[in-house]
Write a protein of this length. Sequence first.
Length: 114
Amino acid sequence: MEKQSKREILAQYKNRKVIGGVFVIKNNVNGKMLVLSAADLDGFKNRFAFSQSTGSCVNFKIQKDWDEFGAKAFEFEVLEELEKQEIQTDKEFGDDIKVLKDIWFEKFDKSKLY
């Protein structure tokens, strides 16, 4: 790869839209859900898909059910996306996502959550 191409790729990466948000990992067998958030939704979605394909659990809170019901019993569902603004720091963006997660967490029946 020539140097110009590397520079262009790096510039594209730095200028990409950063999309974070809140999501659930839902157990389709017993209906329980794990509410999570991430500053990079696509990254976590890819991590979840990799975990499903390899059979390795993506989060220790669901490990018991993952072992019992299998990886295919779980699905990834985005609840709300949030785009990082150019003027936001990583910390400010993370704080906004945490508040969004707290709002979503309150909407669910606690008996249905991991």
